[in-house]
Design a protein around this ligand. Structure first.
Ligand code: PLP
Ligand SMILES: N[C@@H](CCOP(=O)(O)O)C(=O)O
Length: 510
């Protein structure tokens, strides 16, 4: 049953296949897909998995969520091998152990060794290959005019966009449209997205915020006509494949963290759309003995406010912070966690009733701008999670302090999102005062992607040079390449749909 999927807003019994779930992206009732059951691992299985490579671990995990009748094991193995062959580290996601030295046990999980230097590559390299696999199979032996196509439409606050583009560029029968908020992403992120010359890629720079872009994408998914015509596909973490592919690094990092001696493990995750940390939640629910998952937010703190009050409220203004990829007002994946909390606390384990409760919450969020969950729901959330909010000042101080004090390696440079996580980790270390805990702080992007924040923190240090110490050769050349982008002057779904159709015609895909 973990290989079939249901919507978080559905009160029906029916479930659907993995392929349909991935291609559809968002459920037609507006909900997100979740597996009908979370597979359970025995301690013996977890022990056996502790010796596996990243790729073999990914295969074992994915087999539990994808029926071999849908993707035979040999094909799945091939997809995984291809997806991670593009990474610069043999470990795919290496763990920098005990970065600060001393006895803090602060480990940094480096998730930025993929093609676009962001954690999104771990999932989006796989998702690109998965789309291609499904399309090749559906289109086998079909003449050109009957071939099935996917029009990928995604929203980004900076990193999903380039990772999706690098995952899908040049793929046959796939076109990619990425919406991003004009002026609210870093120059390198914009260059990464707009300098890809492949004909099937188009970026749309939208006057507005990331939340406007995300709302437009969700409206496009809800537009039955447009969807029927263009077969719209999702690359944002509303797509279940994103969450699935991210589970591997929780297992892999856990095994590395406890290698030297058995310890409790806490993961600390810089969070915005709640997709990254949600993969950790599934790993924990499968049986990985994780002590806690700590949500680290910047000033855009809807998640932290929920954890402190039970109120899930969309605030009016997005704050522009040093960690712009997390400048998000509504965290789309939180809905998946809310479903489990509703089912276990309010619906006596009844899936259909949980769907009704979540649906009502989201109707309230739309009509009243907020909903309030019972204290018991929040208490249940604290069983698996904790939460910290980190200011820009603290983010900058953390980049500085880590640069000065780090031992392994020396002068370790954090990107501002990772710094939000490391600051939250240090607070947890101080609060817990428990030497038997290993802390794994997720590093979600390479510092080169956020030059302003990193230089602001480090330029006072003698000998520090962004060009020499931070910027990889590959990213240096981006500023010399021609840019391809289209401005959308208002955050309006009709304008975006028209732009997509105009570009599809130019691509010869209409
Ligand atoms: C660099 C970086 N860090 C953290 C996050 C937050 O991750 P999530 O949205 O999955 O919570 C993002 C965006 O998703 C990001 O791009
Ligand atoms: N921070 C993200 C925002 C989109 O989130 P996603 O994980 O749902 O794709 C970004 O960098 O674009």
């Amino acid at each position: 049953m973990s290989q079939s999927y249901r919507s978080t807003r559905s009160s029906a019994k029916e479930t659907q296949s993995f392929e349909k779930t991935i291609i559809q992206g968002l459920a037609s009732d507006g909900g997100l897909f979740i597996p009908s059951e979370i597979p359970q691992l025995s301690p013996e299985t977890i022990q056996q998995w502790s010796h596996l490579s990243f790729q073999d671990l990914a295969l074992e995990i994915m087999k539990l969520y994808i029926s071999s009748e849908e993707i035979p094991e040999a094909d799945l193995k091939g997809l995984i091998q291809r997806s991670y062959s593009t990474f610069r580290s043999a470990d795919v996601t290496p763990l920098a152990k005990n970065v600060t030295g001393g006895d803090e046990n602060l480990n940094v999980l480096e998730l930025f060794h993929g093609p676009t230097y962001a954690f999104k590559d771990v999932a989006l390299q796989f998702v690109g290959n998965l789309f291609e696999y499904f399309l090749q199979r559906a289109n086998k032996d079909l003449p050109q005019e009957q071939r099935k196509k996917i029009t990928v439409v995604g929203a980004t606050s900076g990193d999903t966009g380039s990772a999706a583009i690098y995952g899908m560029r040049g793929k046959k029968d796939v076109s990619v449209f990425i919406l991003y908020p004009t002026g609210r992403i870093s120059p390198i992120q914009e260059e990464q997205m707009t300098t890809v010359p492949d004909k099937n890629v188009q970026t749309l720079s939208v006057k507005g915020t990331f939340d406007n872009c995300q709302d437009i994408v969700k409206a496009i998914f809800g537009d039955v006509e447009f969807n029927k015509k263009h077969n719209v596909g999702a690359v944002n973490s509303i797509n279940w494949a994103r969450i699935l592919a991210q589970m591997t690094y929780y297992f892999y990092a856990y095994f590395q963290a406890v290698k030297a001696s058995p310890s409790k493990v806490k993961f600390v995750v810089p969070s915005g759309n709640f997709g990254d940390i949600l993969a950790g939640y599934y790993a924990k629910k499968m049986g990985l003995p994780v002590e806690k998952l700590v949500i680290a937010t910047n000033a855009n703190d809807i998640l932290d406010r929920f954890m402190k009050s039970g109120v899930y409220e969309r605030s009016d203004d997005v704050a522009s912070t040093l960690s712009p990829a997390m400048d998000i007002l509504v965290s789309s994946n939180f809905e998946r966690l809310l479903w489990y909390l509703a089912r276990d606390v309010l619906a006596s384990g009844d899936d259909q009733r949980a769907g009704e409760i979540v649906n009502n919450w989201f109707i309230q969020l739309k009509t009243e701008g907020k909903f309030v969950a019972d204290d018991a729901v929040v208490r249940e959330a604290f069983v698996d999670f904790d939460s910290e909010r980190v200011s820009d000042l603290e983010t900058k101080e953390t980049i500085k302090e880590t640069y000065v004090t780090s031992q392994n390696p020396k002068n370790y440079i954090l990107d501002p999102h990772t710094a939000v996580g490391v600051c939250a980790t240090k607070r947890q270390i101080a609060k817990d005062n428990d030497k038997s805990v290993q802390y794994v702080s997720l590093s979600t992007a390479h510092p080169a992607k956020f030059a302003d924040a990193v230089n602001d923190a480090l330029s006072e240090f003698d000998g520090y040079s962004f060009e020499k110490d931070v910027l990889p050769e590959e990213l240096k050349k981006l500023s010399t390449l021609e840019k391809k982008l289209k401005f959308i002057e208002r955050a309006d779904v009709e304008l975006v749909k028209a732009a997509i159709e105009e570009e599809l015609a130019k691509m010869g895909l209409l």
